[in-house]
Design a protein around this ligand. Structure first.
Ligand SMILES: [Ca+2]
Ligand SMILES: [Ca+2]
Length: 135
């Protein structure tokens, strides 16, 4: 069975993996996964992205810890407002204003019209990588 998933403008951070080397997204064999404008950061596993035999992962305009080959991808601390708070409920995955490398470095292709807050995209010079459009 082939599974297709399009993951667009998401922030996946602080994931814990107990099953192996991939903590962000793992594409099972035969699946096709497209990752766009997405942050994959700070997993407990060695790699953010992994795939089984015959699976295809295409990642572009995304910020992936450890790096991943693809147009527009970066590998830089996204500078969330607070992604390390000991109280999980107080963690804040909004982007820091201006200083985040995710600001204005995404692609408009496929990006949703609004962000997680309902703010219209884009704000500033372009689409931001992640679930937040910072201002
Ligand atoms: Ca922007
Ligand atoms: Ca916002």
């Amino acid at each position: 069975m082939t599974v297709t998933a399009d993951i667009i403008n998401c922030a996946i951070s602080g994931n814990t993996s107990t099953s192996g080397g991939y903590g962000g997204i793992y594409a099972l064999g035969g699946s096709v996964v497209t990752v766009t404008n997405t942050i994959l950061w700070n997993t407990s596993a060695p790699y953010e992205l992994g795939k089984g035999l015959g699976a295809i992962i295409t990642a572009t305009y995304s910020n992936i810890n450890g790096g991943y080959v693809g147009t527009g991808n970066i590998n830089a601390d996204p500078l969330f407002v607070d992604d390390t708070n000991a109280n999980l409920l107080l963690r804040d995955y909004h982007l820091s204003i201006i200083t985040s490398p995710c600001v204005d470095t995404g692609t408009a292709t496929g990006a949703p019209a609004t962000d997680r807050d309902g703010d219209a995209r884009p704000i500033g010079g372009g689409i931001d990588i992640g679930s937040d459009e910072a201002f």
